[in-house]
Each structure stands twice: as C-alpha cells, then as structure tokens.
Write a protein that binds this ligand. Structure first.
Ligand SMILES: [Fe+2]
Length: 160
C-alpha cells in the first residue's frame, strides 16, 4: 500500500490566497443575484411580462452556474470559501429590485443595477488576477462576457 501523500492542490499557496481575494466577491455577488433575481422574477408585472419574467429565471440560472464556477476555482486552488447566506448579505449592496409587485421597467432598472455591481467586481478581478493567476482570470473573463450578454437581453426589453 502506498504511503505517499498527494498534495491537495497544485497551486502555490500564495497564489491561491491572492486569487481567492478576487474570486470571493464575485461568488458572493453572483449568489446575491440569484436571490434578488428570483425576487424580481416573482413580482414583475406590466409590459413584456412573459419575456421579462422568463428571462429573469434564465439570468438566475446563469448566475448560479457562474457562482459555482468561481467558487470551485477557489476550492481547486485548495482554499475554502465562506458563501453562507449571512456572508452574502454582508457583501451584496442593497438590491435595486423593488419590494413587492412592480412594473417591468422598474424591475429591469433594479436588476441591471445589481448586475453592474457584480460587473464592477468582475472588472476588479480581471485587473487584479492579471499578474496573479491567468487561469482564474480566464474564468472571470468568461463570466463577465456572459453577464454582459444577459444585461443586454434585459435592457433590450426597455431600450429605445
Ligand atoms: Fe418561476
């Protein structure tokens, strides 16, 4: 029987810690977007109801998938992430999603505000990871491309 030990991760611990600093806010922001996106999905009313209602669910699904991707990058680097609900609530700014039933224009404006807060963290991560870990940066770039596409799909419901 082998007695050799297998390293938990191939990553340098210093690199892992630094990369985690940039990936963690992205995970928390995307987890928050899944919650607030559902809130918006349930309460939207008015113009383009079906399109907005259904697309908000698509966004929620994407955000959850991206959160998973970023979180699992941290774990692959050998570190844990604390994305318990309380930590998400501490990190995520007050949502733009209105409380209760709201017209689709207001719901879209609110969720776009939430998306933009996540994009700001993605931009910071792309900059910060450039000299730390290109593999993590690649993941974040992919998430940003997807989120900006979803932002377009949402805004197109109300854009002139
Ligand atoms: Fe639903």
């Amino acid at each position: 029987m082998s007695t050799s030990t297998i390293a938990t991760t191939a990553a340098d611990p210093t690199v892992a810690a630094a990369a985690s600093q940039f990936l963690s806010p992205v995970v928390l922001g995307l987890q928050g977007l899944t919650l607030n996106g559902k809130q918006a999905h349930w309460h939207v009313r008015g113009a383009n109801f079906i399109g907005v209602h259904e697309f908000l669910d698509t966004l929620v699904g994407h955000a959850g998938g991206w959160a998973d991707e970023a979180a699992e990058r941290i774990v692959a680097l050998g570190l844990p992430i604390d994305a318990r609900a309380q930590k998400v609530a501490e990190k995520v700014p007050s949502t733009g999603a209105p409380a209760g039933f709201a017209q689709s224009d207001d719901v879209i404006a609110g969720i776009v505000k939430d998306i933009d807060a996540v994009i700001a963290d993605l931009d910071a991560a792309i900059d910060g990871l450039d000299e730390i870990d290109l593999t993590s940066q690649d993941i974040v770039i992919g998430i940003k491309a997807g989120l900006e596409k979803d932002r377009w799909f949402l805004v197109a419901h109300v854009a002139a």
